[in-house]
Every structure is written in C-alpha cells, then in structure tokens.
Ligand binder design. Structure first.
Ligand code: SAM
Length: 294
C-alpha cells in the first residue's frame, strides 16, 4: 500500500506500542491512516479508535484502512474534545498516538492554502466549521494582533516589519492567496534561503496555521487527563513538528512524571533517522516523545 503521506518515525511508533498488551489503540490524528495501517497490520488482535478533525482526510483514511473493517471506529472531532465526545471509561486502551500538524494531502490539496509552494486560496482551516480563516486574519486583524501571531507562533524575526507590510498591501486589495503572502514575506526577509534553513514563508504559514486552528490550545489539559483512561503499561506517543509545541509536551510529561502518573520512556526526544529524512524530507523537524502509564 502506498500513502501520499509517509507515517513519520513509524518504526519507532511500532516499537514503543509493541511493548503493550495491544488491545485497543487511539490514533488521535489519523490523517491518511499511515500509522494506523501499520499498527493494525502488526498487532493483529488490536482494534482502533481513529480521530481526525478534517473530514476530507478522514474519508481518505477510511479508504486506506478498508481491509481492517470491523476493527476501526472513526470519529471526526478535535482530539482535545475526546473526553466530552467519547466515553473512554472502562475501555482497555493500550496506547494513544498524537501526530498533529498537517498531512501531505492537506499540504498539496488546492484550496487549503497550507503550503507556500503551491498557489492557492489562503484558508488553512483543518476543520471547515471554524469561523475565521487565514484570509480573514490577514485582512481584518490589527497590526498589534498580527505582530503577536507572527512572534508567538512563528518565532519570527522582524514581526513588526512583516505586520506593517501586510497592512500596507491589503490597502490594494484582498491578501487572499498563498503566493501574494509569500511575495510580502520575501520583501521583508529576502528571497535567498541560507543553507540548512527553511524558507521564511514556512514560519509565517506555520504561525497563521497554528493561530487559525488553535493548535496549541488544550494540549496540556489533554495530556494531563488521558492517563486516567489508560491501563497501567499503556503508552502515550506525541510527535511534534516545532519547538513551541514540543515545549508544551515536554513540560506536561515532566509534570505528569513528577506526579507519578507516567514514566517518560526516554529523557530526550527521539528524532527521525538520516535515512528517513532522506526518504521523506518533511520528517526533518519531527521529535517523538513517549511515556508509559504507571
Ligand atoms: C501529520 S498528519 C497525521 C498523519 C498520520 N499519522 C498518518 O500517518 O497518515 C496530521 C493530521 O492530524 C489532524 N489534526 C491536527 N490537529 C488535530 C486535532 N487537534 N484534532 C484532530 N485531528 C487533528 C490533521 O487534520 C491531519 O490530518
């Protein structure tokens, strides 16, 4: 089976979950079903709760996982809301995987606006029921609000210059496509990318995406609550793709370890191998943190 999206650090995920009783797994961010496919293939007795906030991705995952029909239950929701939407009491949960961010499908799909390499409408909502999209933010937010978004979620240099340029540009018509935004970014930061660095537009797009989807809200609460629904020995795996999110995960897991709810499996995050990065360059920023419920 070929996926449009390589399941990142799949070998590490399977190795960590292999050391459980492999009854029931929760994939909080099923995407195209890459990780889940290998979990269901490797752990033949296991069933799976599959969650994603994006119903288009979920439709693809359903198709990719159709040979495991009967073992998977799908829920289209934000995993942060799992405790209100799914009754987990008494379920024999052996492992929980969180792999948020965006899938290759979302990056490459016209009309989503997640990528600065593809000209598209700037939407950036994973969940289409969210009221404000990236175009609304760029065209109606104040300079101070834009500065805060660029600083807080993109950790960008020169956030004031960038916000100023956005405000100036929108006087000449709606700033509503990925290439219009990329052009402004290049006016502020230049077109040249230093060796080993990502294009500055990547950080600007990341900042807007995090803000539009409220990506960092509730991660700490989710991680604090989930262990109480898991059996002893169950594993929690969280893959982050930027340091802002990884910091929240790291600090929350540390707090849970100090409260004797979990044991962190390795004190440092695991990173993708050189071979994996060569095969799938998009995996380069991944960090995997894993913990065992006590
Ligand atoms: C990196 S992809 C997951 C890829 C998946 N592990 C695979 O191997 O195919 C991220 C997915 O997480 C979903 N997602 C991100 N944040 C979410 C959230 N808070 N709740 C539910 N789904 C979320 C996105 O819509 C996207 O489909």
């Amino acid at each position: 089976m070929r996926f449009l999206h390589y399941p990142v650090m799949n070998r590490e995920v399977i190795t960590v979950f292999a050391d459980t009783d492999k009854q029931l797994f929760i994939d909080c961010t099923i995407g195209l079903g890459g990780h889940s496919y290998y979990m269901l293939k490797n752990f033949k007795q296991a069933s799976l709760i599959a969650i994603d906030v994006d119903n288009e991705s979920m439709a693809q995952a359903k198709n990719n996982l159709k040979k495991f029909q009967g073992r998977v239950t799908f829920y289209c929701l934000n995993f942060i809301d799992i405790f209100e939407k799914i009754d987990l009491t008494g379920l024999p949960v052996s492992g929980v995987l969180v792999d948020p961010g965006i899938s290759m499908y979302q990056l490459r799909e016209q009309g989503r606006g997640f990528s600065h390499s593809l000209n598209s409408k700037l939407d950036m909502r994973k969940d289409k029921s969210i009221k404000i999209n990236a175009t609304d933010v760029l065209n109606s937010f104040t300079e101070a609000q834009l500065i805060e978004i660029f600083e807080k979620y993109g950790e960008l240099e020169k956030p004031k210059e960038l916000a100023k340029k956005v405000i100036e540009r929108r006087l000449f018509g709606s700033l509503d496509t990925s290439f219009k935004l990329k052009k402004i970014v290049e006016q502020v930061y230049g077109k040249k990318i230093r060796k080993g660095k990502v294009h500055p537009a990547a950080k600007v797009f990341q900042a807007l995406r995090i803000f539009v989807n409220k990506e960092l809200e509730g991660i700490d609460v989710f991680l604090q609550k989930i262990p109480q629904y898991l059996q002893a020995g169950a594993k929690i795996i969280y893959l982050s793709y930027h340091s802002i999110e990884d910091r929240i995960v790291k600090n929350t897991l540390k707090f849970l370890q100090e409260s004797q709810k979990i044991n962190i499996i390795k004190p440092f995050p695991m990173f993708p191998s050189r071979d994996e990065i060569l095969e799938n360059p998009a995996s380069h920023s991944a960090r995997l943190r894993a913990a065992e419920v006590i």
